[in-house]
Design a protein around this ligand. Sequence first.
Ligand code: 1CP
Length: 339
Amino acid sequence: MREANFLKALRGKACHPHPAWFMRQAGRYLPEYRAVREKAGSFLDLCFSSELAAEVTLQPIRRYDLDAAILFADILLMPMVLGQDLAFEKGEGPRLSPALGDSTFDPAAARNMDIVAPVYETVKRVRSELAEDKALIGFAGAPWTVATYMIAGRGVKDTAALRRFAYEQPERFAALIAALEDVTIDYLCGQVEAGADALQLFESWASGLPADFVRQWCLAPAARIASAVKKRHPEVPVIAFPKGAGSLYLDFAKEPVFDGLSLGTEVDPHWAKENLSAKTLQGGLDPLLVAAGGEEMRSAARRLKDTFAGTPYIFNLGHGFVPDTPPENVAELVSIIRE
Ligand code: 1CP
């Protein structure tokens, strides 16, 4: 069995060239994705159709020969498990109802894990079609990030109203985070049992928070989830992505249960290499460089490669591709990573 370079890097081995995958590698910037998306109907129909979700998971691997596929699903499936209705309105982003901020909705009352059964089926399909030297990444949102959507009932521009909810209704907030931890542990174990080789926890809203808040409500829940999953599946590597955590990345680097740390666009790669090397590092390239392309993209990608040469770095972005990224820029980026 040939182990994927992506997994070797997560176990601490420096690979040359660096293994590569990209956040939002399956998505609207790809014409073949848009074709399947149209056939599927809504975005959620696509998430719950195992056959079509497997197809879009594999599309970027076929096109770019990347080292890892990421399961096509969304972090907002956990609120559905906890009883919220989810809809994506055209051009408006997600809507979750009832929003927790202004209702008495109890997230512990109506739990239904059956909703995500098709996701496990997608994992099985993808793993059976993927070459053995390619890894399949399963994922979930970290509880605080998922809670931001659950409390607001929609996407937000900052977390002011949500911190206020956490401070004003601490018991409801703590119960929500605990409920999310529980279902996320089950969900990630289900993905591993279906064939996921590694897991990533997306904490997209770690920016702009007090340090103690990050430690208590971002780091601790993510670490408890990773520990519980590893209790059942000790071999599975876990990557944390505390986007915008700033110097608190240091605290994540000290947490033994994480194997990898994904760097947001704003993290200085040299600082990361000096200070976070207890972990396999991943990511950091500004996705807008790939949208823009040209010499700026080429030189930034080469600098990132050089900075992490000889370390178990995994090439990736600092956040997901934007929808108008030209697919040919991605092809050029991949050739630079491999040159
Ligand atoms: O087809 C479409 O128009 C839907 C766009 C889309 C896609 C492609 C959404 C809606 N979700 C996804 C897939 C997705 N989401 C993946 C799968 C695979 C891949 O990366 O290729 C993953 C890992 C996610 C994770 C996700 N969803 C995050 C965490 C990462 C991040 O971007 O910060 C978040 C915050 C979401 C919520 C979400 N889902 C979709 C949208 C438009 C949003 C953002 C809403 C908002 O903040 O306003």
